[in-house]
Design a protein around this ligand. Structure first.
Ligand code: C2E
Ligand code: MG
Ligand code: MG
Ligand code: MG
Length: 254
């Protein structure tokens, strides 16, 4: 294949990258109308207490309800780049809160927030408004914020969300950026340990110490991606509070 020469000098033309870029543009163009048509829905995955297996809540996970549609990693990423995530995020949050308020049990409803939503204006007012309109008690809403470099500087927003009475979970903990020290003074009520982190930590002492440190900081700990009974047993013995994963239950419509 020939290098393509442009003003910046020789550069390999990568057909795969170009195709992916076209696909993202097409998705970006299609998403607003799909949102208006109600094609974005939530599936719910059970959260259990590891001590006794009792279901204590659900995590709401976005799905694009259309044949051949991409998964959330891809369409949430596109929505973040176009800014549609603000409207999409509000619609999904309201869906989740409405569903939770209608449930016959007092389940915790855990909803993912994008750093773009955290950075934008009006998030705290939107959350307060949605709680008010749906009637879900604030204490039954948990907002999950992924551990990224950008997410943590928003101390003021996180504090204001915490002041509403909602719970805040640090998602995918252990995959990236935050040291335990960064978390000091942030109002997280829960750390969600990423499956990758659990795999890397083995059965050993590191995991026990991380769980203990989270407890010392006043956080409960959820293990994500539990796929076997063996994993669930090990985590329970290490003092992990909650669990989630295919072994416990897959995301499903509710
Ligand atoms: P996440 O919040 O860490 O969600 C957990 C992901 O792990 C989900 O993938 C879930 O289906 C998957 N999972 C659950 N149990 C297991 C298991 O036992 N094994 C394995 N291998 N995977 C398991 P999903 O639904 O594809 O979501 C991927 C990511 O997309 C989420 O990661 C979250 O970061 C993002 N996302 C999903 N829905 C939303 C949303 O409504 N808003 C925002 N901002 N992000 C969302
Ligand atoms: Mg999550
Ligand atoms: Mg996670
Ligand atoms: Mg994730």
């Amino acid at each position: 294949r020939w290098a393509r020469h442009d003003r910046r000098g020789p550069e390999l033309f990568d057909p795969d990258r170009a195709a992916a870029e076209r696909r993202r543009h097409r998705l970006a163009a299609e998403m607003p109308a799909a949102l208006d048509r109600g094609e974005f829905v939530l599936h719910y995955q059970p959260l259990v207490r590891l001590a006794d297996g009792v279901m204590i809540g659900v995590e709401a996970l976005a799905r694009w309800n259309r044949p051949g549609a991409p998964g959330p990693q891809q369409f949430i990423g596109v929505a973040e780049r176009t800014g549609l995530i603000r409207r999409l995020g509000r619609v999904l949050l309201e869906q989740a809160c409405r569903r939770g308020a209608a449930a016959d049990r007092e389940l915790l409803i855990s909803v993912n927030l994008s750093p773009v939503q955290l950075a934008g204006p009006g998030l705290v007012a939107d959350v307060a408004d949605i709680l008010h309109r749906t009637g879900l008690p604030a204490a039954r809403l948990q907002l999950e914020i992924t551990e990224t470099a950008e997410a943590l500087p928003y101390r003021a927003v996180l504090t204001a969300l915490g002041d509403l009475g909602v719970r805040l979970a640090l998602d995918d903990f252990g995959t990236g950026y935050s040291s335990l020290a960064v978390l000091t003074g942030l109002p997280f009520t829960e750390a969600k340990l990423a499956a990758e982190f659990l795999a890397g930590a083995g059965h050993g002492g590191v995991l026990r110490h991380v769980i203990e440190a989270c407890h010392t900081m006043g956080m409960t700990v959820t293990a994500e991606g539990i796929e076997t009974a063996e994993q669930a047993n090990v985590l329970r013995e290490l003092g992990c509070d909650h669990g989630q994963g295919y072994h416990v239950g897959r995301p499903a419509p509710w």
